[in-house]
Design a protein around this ligand. Structure first.
Ligand SMILES: *Cc1c(COP(=O)(O)O)cnc(C)c1O
Length: 485
């Protein structure tokens, strides 16, 4: 039996930089001064902070130690549901670091940036092929911004028809950003309850759809990790009353090469390159949430758009219906280059296989754990499965206790208490890049925790035990963060 990766050995303590160092210590060497000494004019610079005097070694160790307190996809399984924290091949990182890309500047004229523009143009075409859509803009910097761009496009479409609709339907199994994006665009989000099987029914949509409703936002797979199999029928209902269908494609990782949303009635959707296409989600890094549309919405896309004229890639603002710009310059180009590299590396068959394995892995975890943890929706899931703490409540153990304990075993906790339709939800997305051995080890850890919940619940209530900091007051951590250490 393999050992769990969790350990608390060699985790170094590290003080603040201000508490380190010693006066006169220096991190660089300069030639001996051969000009007269001249003090810096304090009136110009102000008194300024008193920076610590540190050696190069002090600084390197400081930041290396801090980096080792972090958990990342490169250090272990990161089953954070809805975030697709899969291993991303390093070749994409290497490409984006090439000098031609890294030292390029968005203000270089289009005719001298043909390489990057070509990559962006081809990436747009490829994403349209993957989604079954007709045109795309790579500008939005994240999924939520892609949603907002999509909402603005829906609004512009209705305005161009002389209509002002005020509502958007948002199922209770949509991602949390969906109602927020609709509201930010000035729409009133109207909740649609999902059916008993966790799936949206055409009847529920039909009873709420009217001529004052601009459209619907459907997350597919939904936040229960289930496939919405009534999208075509629902799109029929929405279209019949003049509305549009927004598809939240952030979790395209489950569908690549299997379903094209554009072929089942979706009019506008976004993708998360920083989930599905070789950049990890979260961590505050740059993202990219391209918005893809069908032909009838193409004129409303953000500008500038990349157009091909006389064999050259050019940037055009000549789209009178456009919603305008949503990001400086072209968006986060580095993430796009990584995605392009990943897609070329995988090819159509590889992408399809990735989705198949992502779905297989999630179902494997679900099947292995469903006798220990409560499974609210008993059916085949897509890329993630949602369990709950219902069985453990009997021992006064909650989801929070379970996932805190998981850290002692060396795993990042799954997404918890979301979606809201499942009380005490534990949402696990293993992704396609984990081997069977890794999954088995994780499953064993989850089972071991369930046993502890029964036999020694006090261990869970005080978990984690082996981490750098123990259980934090999460409300205080959010409301009154202590940024000084
Ligand atoms: C992650 C996610 C989003 C939001 O993406 P961000 O890049 O975090 O803004 C939207 N919808 C779904 C379904 C997601 O999983």
């Amino acid at each position: 039996m393999m050992e769990f990766p969790g350990a608390s050995g060699l985790i170094m303590n590290e003080p603040l930089l201000w508490e380190k160092g010693s006066a006169g210590r220096c991190g660089f060497s300069l030639p001996r001064r051969d000009v007269p000494f001249s003090p810096v004019d304090e009136a110009l610079t102000g008194a300024g902070p008193d920076f610590p005097d540190l050696s190069e070694g002090d600084v390197v160790r400081h930041y290396t130690r801090l980096s080792q307190w972090n958990f990342c996809v490169d250090s272990g399984l990161y089953p954070l549901g809805s975030c697709t924290m899969k291993y991303s091949p390093k070749i994409s990182e290497k490409q984006v670091g090439r000098r031609g890309f890294a030292s390029s500047h968005p203000m270089i004229p289009a005719l001298l940036s043909q390489g990057i523009l070509r990559i962006m143009y081809e990436l747009e075409r490829t994403l349209c092929e993957i989604t079954g859509m007709d045109a795309a803009s790579l500008q939005p910097a994240a999924g939520a911004q892609g949603e907002l761009a999509g909402m603005l496009i829906i609004h512009a479409f209705h305005r161009s028809n002389g209509e002002k609709r005020t509502k958007i339907l948002v199922p209770d199994t949509a991602h949390g950003t969906n109602p927020a994006s609709a509201a930010l665009c000035g729409y009133i989000p109207v909740p649609v309850p999902s059916g008993v099987n966790g799936i949206l029914s055409p009847d529920a949509v039909a009873s709420l759809m009217d001529e004052d409703t601009a459209g619907i936002m459907i997350t597919n797979p939904n936040t229960l990790g289930l496939f919405e199999n009534n999208v075509a029928a629902i799109a029929g209902i929405i279209h019949a009353r003049g509305g549009l269908v927004y598809g939240d494609g952030a979790n395209m990782n489950a569908l690549m090469g299997i379903v094209k949303p554009g072929e089942v009635g979706v009019d506008v959707m976004h993708l998360n390159l920083h989930k599905t296409f070789a950049a990890p989600h979260g961590g505050g890094g740059p993202g990219s949430g391209p918005v893809c549309v069908k032909k009838h919405l193409a004129d409303f896309l953000p500008v500038p758009r990349i157009v091909m004229e006389g064999g050259k890639y050019l940037l055009s603002e000549n789209f009178p219906g456009t919603i305008g710009k949503v990001h400086a310059f072209h968006g986060n180009v580095g993430v796009m280059i990584k995605a392009y590299c990943y897609i070329r590396l995988m090819g159509p068959e590889g992408l399809k296989r990735a989705s198949e394995i992502a779905v297989l892995n999630a179902n494997y975890v679900k099947e292995m754990l469903k006798n220990v943890y409560h499974l609210p929706y008993e059916q085949i899931c897509m890329h993630e499965c949602v369990l709950s703490d219902k069985n453990q409540n009997e021992y006064k153990i909650s989801t929070l206790d379970i996932v805190k304990r998981l850290m002692d075993y060396g795993y990042h906790p799954p997404t918890v208490y979301f979606p809201l339709v499942v009380p005490g939800a534990i949402m696990i997305e293993p992704t396609e890049t984990e081997s069977k051995e890794e999954l088995d080890l994780f499953i064993t850890a989850m089972k071991s925790i369930a046993r502890e919940a029964k036999e020694a619940p006090y261990i869970l209530r005080e978990a984690p035990h082996r981490t750098k900091v123990k259980r934090l007051d999460e409300t205080r951590a959010a409301r009154r963060p202590c940024l000084a250490g």
